[in-house]
Design a binder for this molecule. Structure first.
Ligand code: ZN
Length: 178
């Protein structure tokens, strides 16, 4: 396992060539630079394949899909806190990638994308497109997240006049919607 190798061994492996200059951890939460053997848990570094010590962007290894770690915060109606699901997705996920990741969490056939604020930053929320139509229960936490973003831009509006979220909701820890 490369994670257990010392710096000298890593350098020797690199000199042997035919090897990528980095290793992404399987769960996508860290990147190890094989030039300096340093590991970064900074998600910006993981996403960009960047080493802050060497100050270089690694070139994605041939044939290796550039998947990066990503957290989904799944809000169920009635739950007091989100369930965190860590997955790996392409840097710019396709609609199909997002469907595969999100729909099982929503237990839905179609999703609707909503721009929200999450921990102060713009984020992507996905909800069941037919949640209201299917009479799914009101999701208090997701509704608050949704309304917070709206009220930030429209402070004069009454929160209770705004739509509410019906059914589960998924918020991503990074931007995935383009
Ligand atoms: Zn490095």
């Amino acid at each position: 396992m490369l994670w257990d190798l010392g710096k000298r061994e890593l350098r020797q492996k690199l000199k042997g060539g035919a090897m990528s200059t980095y290793i992404l951890r399987k769960d996508g939460t860290a990147i190890t630079c094989l030039k300096c053997a340093r590991t970064s848990h900074n998600m910006e570094d993981v996403r960009n394949l960047y080493c802050g010590h060497c100050r270089l962007f690694h070139v994605p290894a041939d044939g290796e899909p550039k998947l990066v770690g990503c957290a989904m915060y799944v809000y169920q109606p009635g739950a007091r806190e989100p369930q965190i699901v860590n997955i790996r997705l392409p840097v710019v996920p396709s609609l199909d990638d997002l469907r595969k990741a999100v729909l099982p969490q929503l237990n839905a056939t179609y999703f609707e994308h909503v721009n929200v604020l999450f921990e102060g930053a713009a984020a992507d929320m996905f909800v069941d497109e037919t949640g209201h139509h299917s009479h799914r229960p009101r999701n208090e936490l997701a509704t608050m997240i949704y309304r917070a973003a709206w009220l930030d831009a429209h402070p004069a509006d009454d929160p209770e006049d705004l739509p509410w979220i019906a059914g589960p909701a998924v918020v991503f820890g990074r931007r995935v919607w383009s």
